[in-house]
Design a protein around this ligand. Structure first.
Ligand code: AMP
Ligand code: ZN
Ligand code: FE
Ligand code: FE
Length: 279
């Protein structure tokens, strides 16, 4: 329930992601590209009803304590207000990526913006595109090394994104008919976990519990937290592509079927509350 494509910083096109999911025998995938829903229709067409596609998004947000990511399931890609907000966030991503290239140039690497742009074939430019251009230029061996040495959150060429506040992000997802779920909170850090009850008051509906970067203890702690605050349990691989140093494989995180059932129910529940036709 957490997959990226070339619409943002994934390596495979939405159709290729769908083909791979079908080959692996998955029941459903949620396409959750960063700050764009542009890949959803291609995924739906490629799946043609044989694999469930949950339209989704991943939006980054920031509190004074750092970086937080929110997933929005069943978001309406036609929602005009949401698209306006996303466009502003994506525009800011371009200047930010160029600033990282400039910083890498200052550090002696002759990286060109055009090469980064060439890797960013979709709408949303991100750090993995900068990392792939660094690999291509021979400055690092793989994407992971680019993050470890240069553009990770504490790296010397890291430049922050334009980030929305958590409450604003949750509201934008809700207003576009989506189900807001906090992405990989334990991976994001202790502060992210401790704020979950507060986010639930803003309208957060779930927590990404099953995640490659979460330990068994963290999974158990998050499950207990979900039960206490009546939040949905979700999970996903955060798949970005099959290449070296690009994170976890598609389907590598088992998400129990009842998580998907509860997500379906929540979607129906929200639709009824809005007075929309029930899915
Ligand atoms: P951005 O939204 O441009 O800041 O890029 C975020 C993406 O960069 C994430 O979705 C991951 O794919 C990748 N990423 C972030 N931090 C790391 C890291 N420390 N190591 C490897 N990949 C990372
Ligand atoms: Zn990403
Ligand atoms: Fe994330
Ligand atoms: Fe992600």
């Amino acid at each position: 329930l957490h997959v990226h494509s070339t619409a943002s910083d994934g390596v495979l096109t939405p159709s290729e992601v769908v083909r791979l999911a079908q080959d692996l025998g998955l029941t459903a995938i949620a396409l959750t590209d960063h700050d764009t829903t542009a890949g959803v229709s291609e995924a739906e067409e490629a799946a043609n009803g044989s694999l469930e596609i949950i339209p989704g998004i991943e939006i980054n947000s920031e509190g004074d304590w750092g970086d937080l990511h929110f997933l929005g399931y069943y978001i309406d890609p036609q929602d005009a207000h949401l698209q306006e907000l996303l466009e502003a966030v994506r525009d800011a991503r371009v200047g930010r990526a160029r600033a990282m290239v400039l910083q890498l140039n200052r550090m002696g690497m002759r990286l060109e913006w055009e090469r980064v742009r060439a890797f960013a074939v979709g709408e949303s430019v991100g750090r993995p595109h900068v990392a792939r251009a660094l690999v291509e230029g021979g400055y690092v061996r793989n994407v992971q090394e680019a993050f470890d040495r240069f553009i990770g959150n504490d790296g010397p060429a890291y430049v922050p994104r334009l980030r929305l506040m958590p409450a604003e992000t949750i509201r934008a997802i809700l207003e576009a008919g989506g189900i807001p779920v906090i992405a990989h909170p334990a991976y994001s850090g202790q502060m992210a976990v401790s704020r979950i009850p507060e986010f639930a008051e803003y309208g957060l509906r779930g927590v990404e519990v099953f995640y490659p970067g979460h330990t068994d203890q963290e999974v158990a702690m998050l499950q207990a937290l979900c039960q206490k605050h009546d939040l949905l349990v979700t999970g996903g691989s955060d798949f970005h592509g099959p290449s070296l140093g690009e994170g976890s494989a598609l389907g590598s995180i088992f998400v129990p079927p009842e998580c998907l059932d509860r997500l379906h129910w929540e979607n129906r529940h929200q639709a009824i509350a809005r007075g929309s036709p029930t899915p």
